[in-house]
Design a protein around this ligand. Structure first.
Ligand code: TAP
Length: 485
């Protein structure tokens, strides 16, 4: 990394094999009414979790800044975006989608640097899915009468997103909101604000009318100011169940429409007739993709007793080939943990897990030998065997590369164990029998059930939870419902 003589911009040169260069400014303001503005508060630092280097100073939005952003969004809604015909709105969304593709490399590198995720995932999963989301909802903007709801937008949407998929969560929120004719104020997570601010530049590049998209950076207090602002008609939140519950309480009794996408503790269920090598790939992808910072991660492996030993041997061999390290290296499988706080939580729950499972026969904690970098936040891929349903590592969301293994004998036992959680976001089923897949899909209390695959996302497909995983659906035709009267 080098500092230019001007001192205000530095070019981050990623791994030598990558030609991509992304310019990161020394400081960023808020994006309000189509302009970058200073804001009235202090600033905070965003760091690269792989190196602990400070990347930029970012403005901390005050209540007054949030108020200005909501007013800008209201003005844009009343004067421009609300009255605009859907086919005209679609043109802007298509333009944004194309610019995302054109600037995909820059977005992927910036996402990897600010979040810690492997560049291979940012490049091949996050950014293409983000562009696909804008293309998909652009297609709906002039066809809302076919969606099966009204066609009247709600007004101003206040949207709060987490740090695990900063750009993808932004796309899930902004694309349907704009397609339906709403304007938005979005707060990215404190540890990953940079791609949302680059997205603000893309809105300028696309000539999106001022105030249609506003980005306010800051911590939880900024999010709270946004969701409780009386000028916000719709609240869309993705994050932890605790904060989701607090938001639900704070908007109770108002006429705000709310959607909540919260935590998960998904079961990935392997039956004895499953193609085991394929299942191993799905298990690895299910829990180690994005360092396990995935709300729908397959964090509980339920394996049928008769194949448990064989599957675990294969899984350990496969885990030994995973490369942990520099997120900008294209060969990296597991990048950096997003923050020191998240690393502390993963360590704490893993230590609790170690004490819980003990060292009895077939029980224990296991990780392959890993050479972890000395700076930055890292955690090796980790497996717990001998886990029982009462253990905290089987019940609580760890949000890291940690897999708890449980066994079962019959499909009904698998269903009972899989559903024994306050969450209900996703599940995976591995079997050769189509009838068993259909039976499990009906019996599992999860918003998404993958069969012989895991962690597959598509803009046409609705996503969302049962129970404490939240309510409302994002994606697909169902995702429009949250933004229409
Ligand atoms: P949270 O701590 O809940 O943070 C999510 C967002 O809410 C952040 O922008 C955060 O700001 C903000 N926030 C914090 N307190 C707030 C308050 N009182 N009012 C309004 N906003 C507030 O979650 P996290 O640690 O970032 O993300 C991890 C969690 O998100 C996991 O539980 C995961 O399962 C869940 N998640 C769910 C999904 C879906 S689709 N269901 C997707 C991704 C993640 P700060 O950044 O400053 O804290």
């Amino acid at each position: 990394m080098t500092t230019t003589p001007a001192g205000d911009v530095f070019a981050y040169a990623p791994a030598p094999e990558s030609r991509a260069i992304v310019d990161i400014k020394a400081s960023y303001g808020l994006f309000v009414g189509g302009e970058f503005v200073d804001g009235g508060g202090t600033s905070f630092k965003t760091i690269n979790p792989a190196t602990e280097e400070v990347l930029a100073e970012v403005a901390e939005a005050t209540d007054a800044d949030v108020d200005a952003a909501v007013k800008a969004a209201r003005k844009a809604y009343d004067k421009v975006w609300g009255p605009m015909p859907g086919r005209e709105r679609a043109k802007y969304l298509y333009r944004i989608a194309r610019i995302i593709q054109e600037r995909g490399r820059e977005l992927a590198v910036l996402e990897s640097i600010d979040n810690g995720k492997p560049i291979r995932e940012a490049r091949d999963v996050d950014v293409p899915t983000v562009a696909a989301h804008f293309f998909y909802y652009a297609g709906w903007a002039d066809k809302l009468e076919y969606a099966g709801h009204g066609t009247t937008p709600l007004g101003v949407a206040g949207q709060v997103i987490p740090w695990n998929f900063p750009l993808l969560m932004l796309a899930w929120k902004i694309a349907p909101a704009l397609a339906c004719g709403n304007t938005v104020v979005l707060k990215p997570a404190e540890t990953t604000p940079l791609t949302a601010l680059l997205f603000a530049e893309i809105c300028q590049q696309a000539d999106l009318p001022a105030g249609v998209v506003n980005i306010v950076t800051g911590a939880g207090a900024t999010g709270q100011a946004l969701v409780s602002h009386p000028g916000v008609d719709k609240v869309a939140f993705t994050g932890s169940t605790d904060v989701g519950k607090a938001i639900a309480r704070s908007v109770a009794g108002t006429d705000k429409k709310v959607t909540l996408e919260l935590g998960g503790k998904a079961a990935n269920i392997v039956f004895d007739d499953a193609p085991l090598d394929q299942a191993v790939e799905g298990i690895v992808n299910g829990i180690f993709f994005n360092q396990g910072h995935v709300c729908c991660a397959g964090s509980r492996l339920l394996v049928q007793e008769s194949v448990a030993d064989e599957l675990l041997a294969k899984l350990k061999r496969r885990m030994s080939t995973l490369r942990v390290g520099d997120p900008l290296d294209k060969n990296t499988d597991i990048g950096a943990i997003n923050s020191a706080e998240q690393l502390a939580r993963i360590r704490e729950l893993s230590d609790i897990g170690e004490a819980e499972v003990g060292t009895g026969e077939g029980a224990g904690r296991w990780s392959p030998a890993c050479d972890l970098p000395s700076t930055g936040f890292w955690f090796p891929p980790t497996l717990f065997t001998g886990v029982s349903q009462a253990h905290r590592i089987a019940r609580e969301e760890i949000f890291g590369p940690v897999l708890s293994v449980l066994t079962f004998r019959t499909p009904s036992e698998a269903v009972e164990k899989a559903n024994n959680t306050p969450y209900g976001l996703s599940a995976g089923v591995w079997t050769d029998k189509g009838s068993l897949i259909l039976h499990m899909a009906n019996a599992l209390r999860a918003g998404v059930v993958w069969a012989n695959t895991f962690n597959k996302f598509d803009p046409t497909s609705p996503f969302g939870g049962y129970k404490e995983s939240g309510y409302g659906r994002e994606g697909g035709k169902h995702g429009l419902e949250a933004y229409l009267k």
